[in-house]
Ligand binder design. Structure first.
Ligand SMILES: Nc1ncnc2c1ncn2[C@@H]1O[C@H](COP(=O)(O)OP(=O)(O)OP(=O)(O)O)[C@@H](O)[C@H]1O
Ligand SMILES: [Mg+2]
Length: 263
């Protein structure tokens, strides 16, 4: 008897179409599609983790991707619609400053776990409003942490809920690997261990040697994973035609036909 194991990932058709459209507008041809949560796990989990059970949490700008691996396959993928940009927006609102300034303060001085020293460490906020009082203000690092922490907790609690729903606690291994640009905020490992459990580690892209220094950081986990994936294409993910009549295709029937014609 013939049998097949397949993993079906559903995606919002609108989102895919927008992506395909944008790539087409750049005069590029689309070779295939991959879930960023999946490829982040491909690059940042070690073999044992992929085999025994592990989750990759890819904390990006607008979203936080979740993928769970077992026996070298991804068995679950999801995402939380929050990421580092939300942290920046909270700082921007809380301290009444443009997002660009909030982003700089976050990356230079940000943190999640305050110590006594952070009460005394003052951060100059600067500003160019012309209002002298406003432009020369500063806050303590402890205050900055107080603004950032609730959002990161919210993201991690959402991740926890998704992992619980997926039955992650039933796996033989339960390592959780945090990666993505937004995983770089100091103290994340401590906070995540409190919310997600002790088996948390920070991850960055592995497996490709000789990468330029600039792309070895966690922000490149998904990109490096995509490169690995493209280097070992699986036919069914990679060789497909996008029919020209798909714009603006919204009906399920067309999606089903596309599926039949290409798989
Ligand atoms: N040193 C740092 N400390 C804290 N946050 C950082 C740091 N460096 C980058 N970030 C944050 O990482 C986020 C971007 O991460 P990343 O590059 O992984 O996103 P992306 O993959 O482009 O976005 P998405 O996955 O949402 O499409 C931004 O919100 C940025 O503020
Ligand atoms: Mg990303």
């Amino acid at each position: 008897a013939l049998s097949v194991d397949m993993h079906l990932l559903t995606v919002d058709l609108d989102a895919i179409e927008t992506l395909i459209y944008a790539i087409g507008r750049c005069d590029l041809e689309l070779a295939g599609l991959a879930s960023s949560a999946y490829v982040a796990g491909v690059s940042s989990l070690v073999e044992d983790e992929q085999e025994l059970g592990a989750a990759c949490i890819d904390m990006g700008g607008g979203t936080t991707g979740i993928s769970i691996f077992l026996r070298k396959h991804m068995i679950y993928a999801d995402c939380v619609r929050m990421g580092g940009e939300h942290v920046t927006a909270d700082i921007s609102m809380g301290l009444e400053m443009p997002a660009s300034v909030a982003e700089r303060i976050k990356t230079f001085h940000g943190g999640l776990v305050a110590t006594g020293m952070d009460d005394r460490e003052m951060i100059e906020l600067g500003g160019e409003t012309g209002d002298w009082e406003h432009d020369r203000r500063g806050i303590s690092r402890a205050n900055l942490i107080g603004i950032m922490r609730p959002r990161v907790e919210e993201i991690l609690e959402e991740v926890r809920a998704r992992l619980d729903a997926a039955g992650f606690d039933q796996l033989p291994g339960q390592r959780i690997v945090l990666t993505g640009g937004a995983s770089q905020v100091p103290g994340l490992d401590v906070l995540a261990a409190r919310i997600l459990g002790q088996q948390v580690r920070l991850g960055r892209p592995l497996r490709v040697h000789g990468l330029p220094q600039a792309v070895t950081g966690p922000a490149f986990a998904a990109t490096v994973g995509l490169a690995l994936f493209a280097a070992h294409p699986q036919d069914e993910w990679w060789d497909f035609e996008i029919p020209a009549d798909r714009y603006p295709a919204r009906s399920l029937r067309r999606a089903a036909r596309w599926f039949r014609e290409n798989w």
